[in-house]
Each structure stands twice: as structure tokens, then as C-alpha cells.
Design a protein around this ligand. Sequence first.
Ligand code: NAD
Length: 368
Amino acid sequence: MAAKKLLILPGDGIGVEVIGQARRIIDWLEKKRGISFEISEGLLGGIAYDKTGTPFPKDTLDKAMEADAVLLGAVGGPQWDNLPFDKKPERGLLGIRKEMGLFANLRPAVVFEELADASSLKSDLVAGLDIMIVRELTGGMYFGEPRGVETLPDGSRRGFNTMVYTTEEIRRIGKVAFEIARERGKRVCSVDKANVLECTLLWREEMTKLRDEEYPDVELTHMLVDNAAMQLVRFPKQFDVMVTENTFGDILSDCASMLTGSLGMLPSASWGAPDARGVRRALYEPSHGSAPDIAGKDMANPIATILSLSMCLRYSFGLTKEADMIDGAIKAVLKGGLRTADIMQPGKARVSTSVMGESIIRELDKLA
Ligand code: NAD
């Protein structure tokens, strides 16, 4: 099997610490499962600015374009807050997402039974929750033209944005959702506002056509976005894969993430189109930031990053068994009562970032 080319970008703050634990898992996969990785490392964010004068060096872009996938920690920190806009760490993140053409954002909302109490919802509503929100990332109202604020002849002002999607844009995100659903529960709920917005009526029609033409084995339902928001907090376990446009997805994915209780548990993936080799460009990262308040204290929860690695194995490298093993090892560690500070519960044992990493590896050894 060809070596899996993975670019690792630790970034800033706790990014470095949580990526350190993901690297231990990669080492374990190489040693114990015989998987061959070709790892490169690059600079992104504040550290990149400090070392090269830009938050997104050309070397990082070149490595990202050559890699089969990218695993990112987090970027940012107060020491870079006063830099000019184009030098800020976050520009590095936006830059790499743009250059890689990442149009699909995948955010699983998974609640491990052991942490169901941490949710703001009643634990029986969320225990065992496993849904995937697929959000279109490069179209819709956030980018549509015309846009702006104009002054009218009477001196009052008018602000406007345009929600726009083409058939091609809808089908491309639809394919991502249907393909992921095939790996899971084979159910897609497409969210729109087809009763009011023509653009999303087209969305609904194209999703239906795509399913009928290419994914007859996947069940497709449609839901209006206001109802979807309500259903996410009423009975979230009814969903398998939810696909929606940019603005609706921005709101619904944050709503879904809160069902799980802690930022330290939330992985994410962003996908682009397949490249010349047929490999889909992909960036995997935890949903949290660089957490300057706890950086350097060996306190951060590495699970979101390790789950991001698991997504990378599952979706970019086709290593389903290893991804299942990692998810299982995390579950076992939580079941055994170990918790980092952010997910601490009465009667459980509080552990550091590195002990959490070590404990996951110990469970992997048992599963191997
Ligand atoms: P944050 O996600 O870094 O932190 C929010 C809170 O959650 C903090 O109290 C932090 O301690 C806690 N937290 C986050 N991740 C955790 C983990 N793994 N384990 C335990 N606790 C965790 O958000 P913020 O404080 O708003 O932003 C801090 C910096 O990160 C800013 O510079 C911001 O621009 C940047 N940021 C980067 C990304 C990214 O790289 N994708 C995302 C969001 C924010």
C-alpha cells in the first residue's frame, strides 16, 4: 500500500500540544498496524508569521498541494492581535482553506454516552447521538453578488446580499452528503427554505434529482430550516446526515455542536474537489481554537484532534478499521473514568493532555 501523505500543521497555543498526541497515535499506527505514512510538517498562523513574516508561507501551500490530507491544530493568540489584518494568524487559516478550494465542511456531533450529562439537553435525548452536518462553504449569501450598503436618494441606507447557488454547486455538495451517508446510516436530510426562497427551491429540486439519478440507495428527506433548528434541540437522534447551504449550515452546525457539551470533543473536516490524482483535497482540524488561557499547561483535551485524525483515516485514507479502533479507544478511556479538565465530572479522575494521549494508546493496544 502506498504511503499516506499527511501534512501536519500544529499552529499555535494548544494546537502544538493536541497535535503532539495525534502524532503519538500516528506512530502507533505505523508500529502496530504497519501503516506507512509520509509525514511532512509546516508552519501556519502566528508561528509562521514569527518565523517567515507571513501567516501562510508558500512552503506550506506547496506541501498542502502535494499531501493526500492535512491535519491542523489551531492558530491564533493575543501576541498577534495587533498585527495588520493580512498578517493575522487567522488569515493563514482562511488562506489555506481558499487555496485548497475547500467547499464542504463536515462537522460530526457525536455524544459519547459517558459525557451525555455535559450537554445542555437532557442526557437521554443526546446519549449516543451521532449526526453529521455537511455545510456548503464557498457559496450562498456569504459570497453572492451583488452585495453592499447603498445610500438612497432620501438619505436612508439600504443593505443587501444575494443568496445564489448554481446546479453545479448544489450537486457537488450533495454528492459529498450522499457519499458520507453511504458510509453511515444511508439517510440524508436536506435543509432549505423552499417555501420562501427560490434559490433553495432550486436546492431542493437538484438534491432530489441527484438522489434519483445517482444515489437511489440513500433515503432523502427535506426539512425547512426553522423546523430543522427546532428538531435539532427537540429530538436530534432522528438525523443521520444533514446537508445544507452556507448560512443555514453556519447556524445549525454551531447549534448541533452544543448538543455535545465541550469544544474539546469536536472534530471537523473540510473537503475540496478531487485533484489530478483523484484524491479529494481535505483538511482535518478540531473545532476549537488555540485556547491561550490554557496553552502550555498540559491541560488541553486532545480528543477533538484525535477524532479529526480518525476522520482523516476513515474518509481520506480508507482506513475504516483503524478509525473505528481510535473511536473505540476514546470511548473506553472515557468509560474508564479519565477526564481532561474541560470534561471533568464528579467522581472521575482528572488527567493531563499527555496522560489522555497515553491512555488512548493503552486502549488501542488492547484493541489491536
Ligand atoms: P478557543 O476555542 O481557543 O477557546 C474557547 C474556550 O474553550 C477557552 O476557555 C479554552 O480554554 C477552551 N478550550 C478550547 N479548546 C479546548 C480543548 N481542546 N481543551 C480544553 N479546553 C478547550 O476560542 P477563543 O478563546 O475564542 O480563541 C482563542 C484564539 O484561537 C483566538 O486567537 C482565535 O482567533 C483562535 N481561533 C482559532 C481557530 C482555529 O484555529 N480553527 C478557531 C477558533 C478560534
